[in-house]
Structure formats: structure tokens, C-alpha cells
Design a protein. Structure first.
Length: 94
């Protein structure tokens, strides 16, 4: 229940903030962390990870070896390397 409330809060914040700033692709998934090649982005930026016709919201929490580390908020089943990631929202507090 708490996870669903948090997911709804993130989705609402994502919709309220506007269009994408930078786009990239998922390069690797390790447990609950998604690595993405994003040319621009900062810790705290919100992102959307494309999954079919829907998107999984997430937050950039770190960088390593030139890749953003993103923690998604929501069900990751079906997510695979190559999925589009859009960094849209600079340092928005959820």
C-alpha cells in the first residue's frame, strides 16, 4: 500500500513538471538499480523509464563510470537494456 502511494506521488510530480531535458537508454539492470546512459542529469533528477506504452518513474541516485544509477518506483517486470530513459525534472523534492 505504501509503495503504491509513493508511486502515485512520483507519477504526479513527473506529470506536473514538464518535458524531457535529456534522453538515454538503459544499459544494465542490477537488482533494483537501473544503469542508464544519460548525457545530462544530476543526483535527485526524476526520470521516466519507458516500458511498452507506459513509463516507470525513478530518481537518479548516483553516477558510476559515466552511467546514471536510477532507482525506479514501481514494477520493473519486463524492463530490459535498451529501454528509453528520459530525464525530465531537475532536483524535484518528492
Amino acid at each position: 500500500m505504501l509503495a503504491e502511494i509513493q508511486r502515485e506521488r512520483v507519477c504526479r510530480a513527473v506529470r506536473d513538471l514538464g518535458g524531457p531535458v535529456a534522453q538515454g537508454r538503459v544499459s544494465r539492470i542490477s537488482g533494483q538499480v537501473v544503469e542508464a546512459a544519460l548525457p545530462e542529469g544530476a543526483v535527485g533528477d526524476l526520470v521516466e523509464i519507458a516500458l511498452g506504452d507506459e513509463a516507470i518513474p525513478g530518481e537518479i541516485v548516483a553516477f558510476r563510470d559515466g552511467s546514471a544509477r536510477v532507482v525506479p518506483v514501481g514494477d520493473m517486470r519486463g524492463l530490459a537494456p535498451g529501454a528509453r530513459v528520459a530525464s525530465a525534472f531537475e532536483n524535484h523534492v518528492l
